[in-house]
Design a protein around this ligand. Structure first.
Ligand SMILES: [Mn+2]
Length: 216
């Protein structure tokens, strides 16, 4: 039984900051269970090296919208790599497809549910489409438009006690409510990479070394 469980927000290729964060929390493989919230790739500087590191370290991870995008692209026979990152992926296409396929859409423990974007109001994630679990920010009552500024946040509908830990919403930054914690603090946009540590429930952060992408 591991002593700590550590959930880490959206990395987007910020491998230096991931190493700094692991150092800061004094990560030790034998004692710590690591769960990444997805979107470890794209936008930032070291997507491929980050993926390699995550796989080699055997970190657990839920699938983010960017990994879901890559999975769907790789399934197409006519996929043509565009970026340097995609070229590298194509050189070991079968291995990466197999790895992407095994990523869960959520991880549930006694203490929390970890999911990339959020929950569809009223539904357990086991009954929810991957498209919604990996993309939702706001709820329109139907699940058609998942990010419309005039709609309420999905977590405004969430009233259960079980803690939901999610990423995907850098513009909102760190969100801390009794039953909802948002950990995407926008590292790739020049802000910070965040981790939530159990059982203490403390949050650890490292600042981004620079701004790698512009927030949209
Ligand atoms: Mn995302």
């Amino acid at each position: 039984m591991k002593k700590r469980t550590i959930i880490i927000g959206d990395i987007h290729g910020c491998l230096d900051e991931l190493h700094l964060l692991l150092e800061k929390i004094q990560y030790k493989k034998e004692q710590d269970r690591i769960i990444l919230l997805g979107d470890v790739i794209r936008k930032g500087p070291h997507s491929y090296a980050t993926l390699q590191f995550v796989k080699k370290s055997e970190f657990e991870m839920v699938i983010g919208n960017h990994e879901y995008w890559l999975l769907n692209r790789l399934k197409q026979d006519d996929f043509k790599p565009f970026s340097n990152f995609e070229y590298k992926i194509m050189q070991n296409k079968t291995d990466w497809l197999t790895w992407l396929y095994q990523l869960p859409t959520y991880i549930e423990t006694h203490d929390f549910i970890a999911v990339h974007a959020g929950l569809q109001p009223g539904l357990h994630p086991k009954d929810t489409e991957t498209r919604i679990l990996t993309n939702i920010r706001t709820w329109d009552g139907q699940g058609v438009n998942l990010h419309r500024a005039s709609d309420p946040a999905w977590f405004d509908f969430y009233e259960e006690n079980k803690l939901i830990v999610f990423g995907h919403w850098a513009a909102r930054g760190l969100i801390e409510r009794p039953n909802v914690i948002g950990l995407d603090s926008g590292c790739v946009y020049g802000y910070a990479l965040s981790a939530l540590i159990f059982p203490s429930r403390e949050i650890a952060q490292v600042l981004a070394k620079k701004q790698y992408a512009r927030i949209r």
